[in-house]
Each structure stands twice: as structure tokens, then as C-alpha cells.
Design a protein around this ligand. Structure first.
Ligand code: SOE
Length: 381
């Protein structure tokens, strides 16, 4: 039987435009999907560059105005891979036009912005998803399965970090195409929204809601030249963000993100400690799961380093033979495959916009606490 077609209109051709485009192309090649995603149109402001991107990735058409893309009858799904300050306007217009919407993380620059996006997709009743891709690293998905099976018993601790070092130089400007993550108006926040949002999304998926936080943030370099104005301007983002929190299940957690940890490029780590078992994972060694089970025979009890490449590990039967690894780009492929399968089953695919809002509510609480220097409740709704 011929597969149904899913016509994709992508906005943005940066780093994320590439990861998403690759995912739409690869997912139907490795997964037996009920829909065939088609790269129908790519949209970005520079006509010349968007043409080159379209040729490289096989997009059938180009647009330079996202409003025109949304008006098109031949587009089923709008995928937003452009900077954070564009997410809300595009997502809301796309939902109002009846399109399915996928959006890069974080969903909004603030929870207030994210709420308007959730309202739009829910009132339009359109399928939606946020690209928190790291949930779909097979080792992480396996931790979720083990937690859901109750193997850890009661959870006491969760700890997670995301360490980078690419903004240490004070000569680095802020703003513009490559450096919008340093411009608070575009990004919304610094590492809290850009990095900790990943840690928080994963933590709440694995360990349930976070109820209250106490945080501290720092901006180490207070002024940088702005690429768009040419002037030295104050830096409005947080360069480092650290918080402790309580989960609804009674466990305690520590979180840290920074772009000033010399030597660390993208060290995303997590550890969970339960009554019976503990697990550890780190993005630099993403195919390994470290697992300890206290109930193992005492003489042989110890940390196991499990190579997550067997066909009974999450997603792995779709790839190579046991022992051969996959990497970062595959997490996006998994996300497309899950979205398309959920679509055919008439189910929502997590993380939905509502899940993305829940994360934004935590990042809001973190930034609020850093200002008030008090414990802050996570304000949902
Ligand atoms: C920042 O350097 C960044 O690219 C984030 O924006 C991504 O979300 C993260 O996956 C890797 O780091």
C-alpha cells in the first residue's frame, strides 16, 4: 500500500535545520513508517543561501517569508529550527493555519510565551512536538524503561550537568546569526534556557515533576561587542546556572550548566540513585549505560558498563549489528520516527508543547530564584 505523504516546511537553515532535515530524510529509510516525510520547502531570509541549502538537502522548493510558507496548501507540518525569538509567532500562526508544528527547544523564551504556543496548538487541535532530542539516546531511553519497571525502588537523588567552554573569550561578540545565543533578546536567557532546559526536560521525563528550586546564576563577561550594532553592549544572558531542587516524588537534585568549564565541549551527564539501583550516563560516551544493582550476588556486585548496541536495546534493532554504535544525529531520527508513528496511531508524541511549557516553567523558576535568592515554587498553569 502506498504510504501517506507528510509534506514538511522547515524554517531555519542553521545547525538545527541540518539535524532536522537529516532526520526527516533518514527516518523512513531505517524505520518502517506509515508516512513518508517529504522535504517540500525550506524557508529562511537569504534567497541565495536558502537555495544552496535546498540543493544540498533535496528540498523541492524555497521560501524567504515564513508567512508564505504557512499559507501554502501543500505543507502539512511546519518545523521551526530558527532562533528562539521566532518560535512563538511562527508556531501560533502555523497552528492557526491548521498545520502540525514541531519546534526547536526551548519552546518559548519564557513560560508566558510558551503558554501562548500551547494554547494555539491545543485550540487548533494540531499534533505538536518539541525537539528535546536527548531523551532518545538509546541508553537514556533504557534508563526510562528501567525506572518505569520500578527497578530502582524509591528515588533519592538525581544530578545532572551540561558543561561547555565556547564563550570564555571576552573577544567573542554577541548577537547576529552565529552568536544569537549570547543575545538575551533573541535567546531569552543564557545557559538556563539553552542547556539546562535539556537537563530539566530529561529529568522530569525520567523522575517526574520538579516542584521547587533554589538557584544562582552568573554572567562572567558583562559587556561584549554586538554584531548587529557594532557597539559594546551589556550582556543580558546567564553564563552559568546552578540550582538544587525537589521533585514531587520526594527526591532531591542538583543541576549545573555553564559555558565556562574549560575543556568540556558538551558534557551532558546524569545520575540517578534509588533504593535498589543507580544509573549514570554521559553524552561524551553516549552509547554506554553505567548501572549498579544492589540486589546482584554480593561477591560480583559492582557497576556494570553496558554497551547499548544490542537489538533489544531501545531503537537499536533499526540500525547496525550488535557492537556497532550510533551517535548524536540518530536521536533526531528517532524523534521523527516516534512522531510519525504516534501520528498514525492518533496519539500525541512526547515532548509535546505542553511538556515544553513544563520545562519553561522550571527555567523561569530558576531565573526567578537567582534574582530573589530564595526558594521558588515552579508555577504551572
Ligand atoms: C549550544 O552550544 C548547543 O548547541 C545547544 O543550543 C543545543 O541545544 C545543545 O544540544 C548543544 O549545545
Amino acid at each position: 500500500m502506498a504510504k501517506k505523504i507528510l509534506n514538511v516546511g522547515m524554517v531555519g537553515y542553521g545547525f538545527m535545520g541540518r539535524t532536522h532535515s537529516n532526520a526527516f530524510l533518514q527516518a523512513p529509510r531505517y524505520f518502517d513508517l506509515p508516512y513518508q516525510p517529504v522535504l517540500k520547502a525550506i524557508c529562511a531570509r537569504s534567497a541565495e543561501r536558502v537555495k544552496g541549502f535546498a540543493e544540498n538537502w533535496g528540498y523541492q522548493t524555497i521560501e524567504t517569508d515564513w508567512r508564505k510558507l504557512i499559507e501554502r496548501k501543500d505543507i502539512d507540518l511546519i518545523d521551526i529550527a530558527s532562533p528562539n525569538n521566532t518560535h512563538a509567532e511562527i508556531a501560533i500562526a502555523a497552528a492557526q493555519a491548521g498545520k502540525m508544528v514541531m519546534c526547536e527547544k526551548p519552546l518559548g523564551r519564557t513560560a508566558a510565551e510558551a503558554r501562548t504556543m500551547v494554547a494555539a496548538v491545543e485550540s487548533a487541535g494540531v499534533p505538536n512536538m518539541v525537539w528535546y532530542n536527548y531523551r532518545r539516546v538509546p541508553a537514556v531511553t533504557l534508563i526510562k524503561k528501567l525506572l518505569d519497571e520500578g527497578r530502582f525502588g524509591r528515588i533519592f537523588h538525581y544530578r545532572s550537568k551540561f558543561l561547555q567552554d565556547w564563550t570564555i573569550s571576552s573577544d567573542l561578540p554577541q548577537g547576529g546569526e552565529a552568536l544569537w545565543r549570547l543575545d538575551v533578546d533573541v535567546a531569552g536567557s543564557g545557559v538556563t534556557g539553552d542547556l539546562l532546559a535539556h537537563n530539566i526536560d530529561m529529568a522530569m521525563w525520567l523522575n517526574g515533576p520538579i516542584t521547587e528550586v533554589v538557584a544562582t546564576t552568573e554572567t562572567f563577561i558583562k559587556e561584549r561587542k554586538h554584531n548587529l550594532t557594532g557597539k559594546v553592549e551589556p550582556v543580558g544572558i546567564d553564563d552559568a546556572s546552578i540550582f538544587i531542587c525537589r521533585f514531587a516524588n520526594g527526591s532531591l537534585a542538583t543541576f549545573e550548566a555553564t559555558r565556562y568549564a574549560r575543556g568540556h565541549k558538551a558534557l551532558f551527564t546524569l545520575e540517578v540513585n534509588g533504593e535498589h539501583a543507580s544509573a549514570k550516563w554521559d553524552l561524551h560516551d553516549l552509547h554506554r549505560l553505567e548501572f549498579f544493582d544492589h540486589r546482584d550476588e554480593s561477591q560480583l556486585r559492582g557497576w556494570k558498563s553496558i554497551h547499548i548496541t544490542d537489538s533489544d536495546h531501545p531503537y537499536m534493532k533499526h540500525w547496525w549489528v550488535p557492537g556497532l554504535q550510533i551517535g548524536y544525529e540518530h536521536t533526531f531520527v528517532h524523534q521523527v520516527a516516534d512522531f510519525v508513528e504516534s501520528l498514525a496511531a492518533g496519539k500525541s508524541c512526547s515532548p509535546t508543547f505542553a511538556d515544553g511549557l513544563a520545562t519553561d516553567c522550571v527555567t523561569d523558576a530558576v531565573l526567578r530564584s537567582a534574582k530573589t535568592r530564595q526558594w521558588e515554587k515552579v508555577l504551572l498553569g
